[in-house]
Design a protein around this ligand. Structure first.
Ligand code: GLU
Length: 440
């Protein structure tokens, strides 16, 4: 290939950027970047009835947010109406198009077949006779997608058109128009559809939602990009699944994109998000969850900022580190860390291990209190407490008899990190306060 590679992402501003859209944008971006080429953003806003307010801002903002920086654009088609009109009229004057109730229609050759090579699908042949004459300029003066997209691709020097497979069936139209203008065809790569687990078209409920909704639910950008990259592509020589944007620029191969529909698996996204959450430092996680209090309530946010007396910055990071392995989405964080900051409210039944009686629960909590009172502040560490309490628990026989009431009295939760980690963070005073409260 001679000359510079240029790709484009050409969304219509008819809604917020969805998963399918960001995948198309990503593949175009990756392909351009890995070849030292340019990536253009073009806004296809010629269907005036379907424009949605705020859609362009959302598309531009999301691409920037995800680091998919474009080198040119946003180019708006609505700002170039004269150009399309002139070209459409040129075709009329050559006898290749005609006026039809205020619109201009292109005369579609209806014999023979067209043939082109798709980078992903190989040679494709379609019969022209399935096509009818089609409108290229509407009576409102706006061009149709059929005309406008290829005029822009040509004029901006796009070398590779990477887009959804729904455009394949119209390729005879595009090829005929290129011939009419005497232009060379760019290269094409048509991406596979996104499917649900039953291999049907993806619905909103199954994940075909705006990218912004994924962010709001607590998915990390890095995880979304990684997940989206694998919707139709994976490396041909390995099972590797985790890729940063930079890795993807190096590793992505357009010719390895699959033809078959790509199954969208929300569970995989959750798994991947968990992986990225674990790779993120506790400090960074705090930064991500605190602005706008998106994932935690105002009171908890204030507590993180002002810190209860028994919690230092270091301890707060320790709390995050402790919960990190169990987080799938940032939105789960409030529920998980809450009890460290606020004395938990819970039903006393929670303290019961198996068939323990109320007296046995009190006895168990009292023996824990007795042991803990003897431990100095300095020795109030996970290791030290574990040693002492496990010894006692072994003496009793069933460990749960000592450890379950202890852990639930501290956390107010059925599931939480273990009692030793919790006590290490809460410190002696707060630990004893909570255990004594459980006795009331
Ligand atoms: N505006 C079209 C869309 O949003 C773009 C198709 C293309 O990339 O050519 O689907």
């Amino acid at each position: 290939m001679t000359g510079q590679i240029k790709t484009r992402f050409a969304p219509s501003p008819t809604g917020f950027l969805h998963v399918g859209g960001i995948r198309t944008a990503l593949y175009n971006y990756l392909f351009a970047k890995q070849h030292g080429g340019k990536f253009i953003l073009r806004i296809e806003d010629t269907d005036r009835a379907r424009l949605v307010e705020g859609a362009e801002e959302n598309i531009v903002g999301t691409l920037k947010d995800f680091g998919l920086d474009f080198d040119e654009g946003p180019n708006r088609q609505s700002e170039n109406l004269e150009k399309y009109k002139k070209l459409a009229e040129e075709l009329v004057s050559k006898g290749l198009a005609y006026a039809d109730e205020g619109a201009i229609r292109f005369k579609m050759p209806n014999e023979g077949t067209i043939e082109f090579t798709d980078i992903i699908r190989g040679k494709i042949e379609i019969e022209n006779k399935l096509q009818e004459d089609f409108v290229i300029l509407k009576s409102d003066g706006y061009p149709t997608y059929n005309l406008a997209h290829l005029v822009d691709d040509h004029e901006t020097g796009v070398t590779h058109v990477i887009r959804g497979e729904e455009f394949i069936s119209s390729m005879p139209k595009y090829i005929a128009l290129h011939r009419a203008f005497g232009w060379e065809l760019p290269q094409y790569a048509h991406l596979p559809l996104l499917l649900n687990s039953k291999r049907a078209k993806l619905s909103k409920r199954e994940g075909d939602v705006a990218v912004k909704d994924f962010l709001e639910q607590g998915y990390l950008k890095e995880a979304i990009i990684n997940f989206v990259a694998l919707l139709g592509w994976h490396p041909s020589q390995s099972d590797r699944e985790l890729f940063s944007l930079e890795d993807l620029i190096k590793e992505f191969r357009l010719e390895d994109v699959q033809k078959a529909g790509a199954v969208f698996d929300l569970q995989k996204l959750d798994w991947m998000n968990g992986e990225y959450i674990r790779k993120t430092s506790p400090r960074k996680i705090l930064e991500l969850v605190r602005p706008n209090n998106k994932y935690i309530d105002d009171q908890l946010d204030d507590m993180i900022k002002n810190k209860p007396a028994f919690l230092s910055d270091e301890k707060i990071e320790q709390i995050i580190a402790l919960e990190q392995p169990r987080l799938k989405k940032l939105s789960e964080i409030g529920d998980k860390i809450d009890f460290f900051f606020r004395t938990p409210e819970y039903d006393k039944e929670l303290l019961r291990w198996k068939t323990m009686t109320d007296d046995e629960i009190k006895k168990s909590l009292n023996s824990a209190i007795q042991i803990l009172q003897e431990v100095s502040e300095k020795n109030f560490t996970k290791e030290e407490l574990e040693k002492l309490l496990l010894k006692k628990a072994e003496e009793i026989g069933d460990r749960g008899t000592l450890l379950w009431p202890l852990r639930t009295a501290l956390s107010g939760k059925k599931a939480s990190p273990g009692p030793f980690e919790i006590m290490d963070i809460l410190g002696k005073e707060e630990t004893l306060l909570r255990l004594n409260k459980a006795l009331l």
